[in-house]
Write a protein that binds this ligand. Structure first.
Ligand code: ADP
Ligand code: G6P
Length: 504
């Protein structure tokens, strides 16, 4: 008799596993850390408690057998080459991603992509149903899996289901463009609790349910038609592993590497740094424009000032990303050609992924960190930068259009669309006296250390555990479908201890 597969009390489902399978030209298989903030955050949460992670291994074709890595049970879900094209590159990243990020580039709608999205979400729901223990907590992640909550509830009514959106949730005026808007909302309403980065995102979701489904809503709750079940939607902003990253940044080898990086750049007076996935949401073009103008106007220039731009390869087969890469690389070439000097380029452009140690060293080496997205759910890079600055050095320039800005108000705030304003902010970040910058950095660090990723996970799981068990009684005076918006309630049961999932 085959041995039954182990099941888990805590299961997370995310499009990607924390590691990607990469097959080299010689057929050799290598596992590499997956890109993006979701993996950074969820990996540190899952390393500290037993559980399973259901996700795609990043390679088209058959899925590898489930395996354990660093205490996490990894359960790969297969995607065919067509599904990578239609579900992942297509519907997830060329339909939903632009709609959820202010339509910075136009969204593409294809009915075949939607069919593929439905099929893959069904497969994820089945995979989760297979590994979840009786009464397990299932935590579904992000925009790629919005149908999973309802699909899973049908398969496994015994489990508690949460969903967290790592990216913004759009205003109803943009969300309404989606031909499949009702199905997406109904997919999410299968959850017991829905978490968002900002209150505005949670409000956008509740409003979409009211306006597009005609659902009854009250404050942060939506009543599910037919079942009288209530689903709560609230903001619980994600964070970083402050302690773990700070420890890494304090390591003598990492600090020595930071000095070495500065020395190899010619020990500039001001080293500016950008670290982003190569994505049009990150405002890299706007940043380069402001920098180029500052150089042309001779307000700053190499070798005294230089910029390192790390641009992680991302979604390279999606047209908008391919075009962006071409544009950025052309701009960097022009800036260096026109404004660089022999031995002192104006921009050091790196299109690579680096180990965590190297990232921590880069953060420590940088005098000014440029975080200028046009729209970003959170932006963990901003929080990582302040976490690494245990010396209280450095200055953070932060776009108002990131989730991080809602917590890190003391940063040098910028509107990346306002190039003149961005230039002024960069100059202010350079020229503010060190003492004042240290005071700012201290306040930023306090915020991140008080609200780290462990606290985020604990708050989330407590809110999920507190979600109502049973259908609510019919309200006596149901609110009208267009009732006025009321502010969201803070998350209940805030606690620093994560509810522990144990293997069964
Ligand atoms: P997103 O999730 O949109 O990519 P975030 O800023 O929230 O943006 O998260 C990005 C994560 O990826 C951070 O943990 C950051 O340190 C990491 N990262 C970004 N660029 C690189 C790179 N070139 N090499 C290694 N890690 C990177
Ligand atoms: C963002 C998304 C994640 C995604 C990551 C990397 O952080 O919220 O869901 O995994 O970007 O993008 P990719 O398409 O490479 O998974």
């Amino acid at each position: 008799m085959p041995t039954p597969r182990p099941t888990y009390d805590l299961v997370i489902a995310a499009n990607r596993l924390p590691v990607d399978k990469v097959v080299g030209d010689d057929g050799e298989v290598e596992w590499r850390r997956s890109p993006g903030g979701l993996v950074t955050a969820m990996e540190s949460v899952m390393r500290s408690q037993p559980g399973a992670w259901v996700g795609w291994a990043g390679d088209a074709g058959e899925a590898p057998e489930p395996f354990d890595e660093d205490g996490i049970h990894l359960h790969p879900v297969p995607l065919s080459a067509e599904e990578v094209r239609d579900y992942y590159e297509g519907f997830s990243n060329d339909t939903l991603w632009p709609i959820y990020h202010d339509v910075i580039v136009p969204a593409t709608f294809h009915r075949e992509w939607w069919s593929s999205y439905q099929a893959v979400n069904q497969r994820f729901a089945e995979a989760v149903a297979e590994v979840a223990a009786e009464g397990a907590t299932v935590w579904v992640q992000d925009y790629q899996l919005q149908l999973v909550p309802t699909l899973l509830r049908k398969l496994r009514p015994d489990v508690r289901i949460g969903w967290f959106n790592h990216i913004p949730f759009p205003p109803v005026e943009l969300f309404a463009q989606l031909p499949w808007r009702a199905q997406l909302l109904e997919g999410l309403l299968g959850a017991d609790f829905l978490g968002f980065q900002r209150q505005a995102d949670a409000r956008n979701f509740v409003r979409a349910c009211r306006q597009l489904l005609g659902a009854q809503t009250k404050r942060d709750r939506v009543t599910v038609e037919g079942s009288r079940r209530q689903v709560r939607a609230a903001a619980i902003p994600i964070s970083v592993d402050f302690q773990g990253l700070e420890e890494l940044a304090k390591r003598p080898d990492v600090m020595a590497r930071a000095r070495e990086i500065r020395a190899s750049l010619g020990d500039p007076e001001v080293l500016m740094l950008g670290v982003d996935r190569l994505d049009y949401t990150k405002g890299i073009r706007h940043r380069l424009k402001a920098y180029e103008e500052l150089l042309s106007e001779r307000r700053i220039g190499p070798p005294e000032v230089t910029l390192v731009q790390v641009a992680t390869p991302s979604r390279e087969r999606v047209d908008a990303y391919r075009l962006l890469r071409g544009e950025i690389e052309q701009t960097v070439g022009r800036i260096n050609g026109e404004l660089g000097k022999i031995g002192a380029p104006a921009v050091h452009y790196l299109h690579h992924s680096y180990p965590r140690e190297e990232m921590a060293a880069l953060f420590q080496a940088a005098d000014v960190m440029l975080v200028t997205p046009l729209r970003d759910g959170m932006n963990l890079v901003a929080k990582e930068y302040v976490t690494c600055r245990h010396d209280l050095g450095g200055a953070l320039v932060l776009s108002e259009f990131t989730g991080a800005w809602h917590e890190l108000h003391q940063a040098f705030a910028c509107n990346p669309h306002d190039i003149e304003g961005l230039k002024q902010t960069i100059l202010r970040a350079i020229n503010t006296p060190a003492k004042d910058k240290q005071r700012i950095m201290k306040a930023l660090r306090r915020r991140v250390s008080d609200h780290d990723v462990q606290r985020w996970a604990a708050r989330y799981l407590a809110a999920l555990a507190a979600a109502p068990e049973l259908p609510q009684p019919e309200p006596r005076n149901p609110p009208t479908p267009h009732a006025q918006e009321t502010p969201l309630m803070p998350a209940p049961n805030e606690s620093r201890s994560a509810s522990s999932g144990s293997r069964s």
